[in-house]
Design a protein. Structure first.
Ligand SMILES: Nc1ncnc2c1ncn2[C@@H]1O[C@H](COP(=O)(O)OP(=O)(O)O)[C@@H](O)[C@H]1O
Ligand SMILES: [Mg+2]
Length: 328
């Protein structure tokens, strides 16, 4: 599906609304008040569609200074974010280039979200690890301040080692799952021999104990998955540092398409793909490859300023103008 309209017409708004309606949160901002039209007090998004042959309808209501509410098929959800465990939507926006060119924290968060989507039973690991880490750091600081003994740190060291090793293993598994699809997509888009390389070692009780003094001094645990990174490489070139803007864009797109394939395989239902402004910086050959690599099943929404940007015939064209979206 192609959404076309001039700059500022509201294409990104439309795509964001679909994301909010199907996932319960914006891909752009954490501040829900930005999702309400200026000068009004509330907004609502209703998404109607079909998932695996069954009808779905989700509704999100946002009001200034109130929590958002979501329901799925008429049943109210305890939290709007729970939509994301029920419906899969993957999004590309130009900001996503940060996955390659941003700092390690952006990549950790990105791959941990992928972990949540393709390895559901282990989806809680990043949060469980973060909480163990915070408790160990607090224990380190109490000990450093002379408020408690070193023994008080030991149980948290144990916990960080255990959950940290599990998170490390889960992330490695995710990369192993993603890498073949990533390589194939990237190759098709012109990135030769593209790979994902995990950087970091699993924490152990011994390695944590070995740097206990330093950690107490800094009040911070200096090793573990919270300082790891993923190198995104093409032909032995690290795209984090040496990728051109175009190559970084292709890498992010390849990751997204690889994940879409995995989600479809594992859940039996292809995710909804939202690709914002993806065509603008691609040459004609790459646009064609991209149009061909978009999954045949499932639904993909692409935005562009002109219908001619997309090679081939989209199933549907939506014309976007300020305040309106209508099928052409
Ligand atoms: N909360 C809001 N209320 C009203 N208008 C908004 C809000 N947020 C953004 N806009 C406006 O919506 C317009 C359309 O933006 P956008 O969807 O990014 O356009 P496009 O992607 O088609 O270039 C912009 O002019 C922006 O200022
Ligand atoms: Mg836009």
């Amino acid at each position: 599906m192609l959404a076309v309209g001039a700059n500022g017409a509201g294409k990104t708004n439309l795509l964001e609304a679909i994301h909010v309606g199907s996932q319960g949160f914006s891909p752009r901002t954490r501040s829900d008040s930005e999702l309400i039209r200026f000068g009004t007090a509330a907004s609502r998004v209703v998404v109607r569609g079909e998932r695996g042959g069954l009808p779905v309808e989700s509704t999100i209501t946002l009001r200034l200074r109130e929590g958002k509410r979501a329901s799925l098929n008429g049943a109210v959800l305890p939290a709007a974010e729970q939509l994301r465990s029920r419906l899969s939507t993957l999004v590309f926006t130009p900001d996503r280039l940060a996955v390659v060119k941003g700092g390690p924290a952006v990549r950790r968060a990105y791959f941990d979200r992928t972990l949540g989507r393709i390895a559901r039973p282990r989806a809680g690991l990043p949060a469980a690890y973060a909480s163990a880490l915070a408790q160990r750091n607090a224990a380190l600081r109490r000990t450093g301040a002379g408020l408690s003994s070193r023994d008080a740190i030991a149980p948290w060291t144990e916990n960080v080692a255990d959950l940290g090793s599990q998170l490390y293993a889960a992330r490695r598994d995710v990369l192993t799952l993603l890498e073949p699809g990533f390589g194939t997509r990237a190759e098709a888009l012109g990135l030769a021999d593209a790979r994902l390389r995990y950087e970091g070692e699993p924490p152990s009780r011994e390695s944590l104990e070995a740097r206990l003094e330093r950690d107490i001094e800094r009040g911070f645990t200096g090793l573990g998955p919270h300082v790891h990174d993923v190198a995104i490489v093409s032909a032995n070139r690290d795209l984090r540092l040496f990728g051109s803007q175009g190559e970084q864009r292709l890498a992010v797109l390849s990751l997204l398409l690889a994940e879409a394939e995995l989600v479809a395989e594992r859940s039996g239902v292809p995710p909804l793909l939202l690709l914002d402004d993806v065509l603008s910086e691609l040459d004609a050959a790459r646009r064609r490859t991209l149009a061909e690599s978009v999954p045949g099943q499932g639904q993909t929404l692409i935005t562009a300023t002109a219908a001619s940007a997309l090679p081939g015939e989209p199933a549907q064209v939506i014309e976007v103008s300020p305040g309106h979206a209508r099928t052409a």
